[in-house]
Design a protein around this ligand. Sequence first.
Ligand code: SAM
Length: 415
Amino acid sequence: MDADKAYQEAIRHGQYSEQVRGLRCKYDHVRTQFEDFITSYYLRPHLEDIVKRKIGSSQEGLRFYDLGCGTGDGYELLTRISKEARLSQFDTRLIQEDMVDHYKGIDLSVELLKEAENLFGNFEHVDFCKGDFSNGLPLDEGEAPYDLYFTSYGTLSHCTNEELEKLFTDMGKHGENGSLILADFLGRYSYEWQNLWTHNPEEISYIDYVINYLYSEEDRDNVELSSFPLRLMTPAEVFKILESAARKAGVELKVLRFFDRSLFVGRHIETGTYNGNPQPIRLMVSSLFERGLRTYFPDLKVSYKPRDGFDWQNQALQTLAESWNALVDYTMTLMEHYDSDEELLPYPPQTNIKPLERTYRVMRQSLEGSKGLYGDIRADLIEAQLGYAIRSLEMNLQHGHGLGHGLIGIIQIVK
Ligand SMILES: C[S@@+](CC[C@H](N)C(=O)[O-])C[C@H]1O[C@@H](n2cnc3c(N)ncnc32)[C@H](O)[C@@H]1O
């Protein structure tokens, strides 16, 4: 199977592993500080509701089913979600390990499962097994319902419409009233694959996906890699599938929210494989979070080239690109004034874009407050704050319309 071969190639490359962290690998800072954070942020209030419901009930432990679990990434993400916490608190995790009754992860790839087993297999409540979700939800006889049916990083884009309908129908039947589904797809209108955008929303859209982003620019052209088809989705398409799955399951599959994730920092922003305007934005944003490393700010700016005939997509992406660039420019201006020891740092330019206004304020405050602190203030403090500010812009200017690398739906089963 092509997808399995492609993931095998990625894991053999060495950078597609939980344990490798750095600037160009599966677990770069964008994955941890942007992507995992954003998924956790939107999921948290709904999981918190479940945790509250469980406390005091006869079955207190949480049950998670991770479909396409890879190396067990879902277990790590879910058990790291933080609750709203005070500065003085030490342990901020919403879900402590002893609150997990059962985590089951399935995947087609034996190699990925082997690594998952190495990493998390020693926990008693964790179970990894080979399983295929293309024929519905793999279940054992009498298997108890789960609180969360979880997928991550575009996993559901592996499915056709028919496979999705069957999978959602099975989850609808198997889940309890209030169980959640986290449905993670690739967004149809990500700037990374602007060449693949199509005018007819009725047309089913696929990408011939290749995991070449782990390689440097020079190596990328010289290596032969397998590719596999992934579905590019809009919320309207997901709604339609959910509607018929809900009818078949005899339940309501209620969409609590859709969100777009990684609008300019998706994996393929720098490969140019599906867009003639590649730029090193993901690497640069990752570098913002790297301790002791100063980032070259001009390469952090987004050059958005609109595509004719896609007005709403151009408008939304252009607003984000302009706000992002204005924030980078303002931060550079602040740093210049900081260096000239001026009493007062310049106030930000006027804007009626509220999320931008707030990030301007935070950056100015960060530079003001950093005067006299220890260490490499730019590399370790200002740049990280800029990274968070850009993340906040992305989160507040997205609408869950399929404009990011990821389009994620949080769905509740209502019985
Ligand atoms: C995009 S990766 C996500 C991996 C991981 N969950 C993460 O967050 O990085 C998709 C995963 O789904 C698995 N997969 C694809 N099709 C599958 C199927 N029909 N049944 C089970 N797993 C599948 C792949 O092997 C791969 O590990």
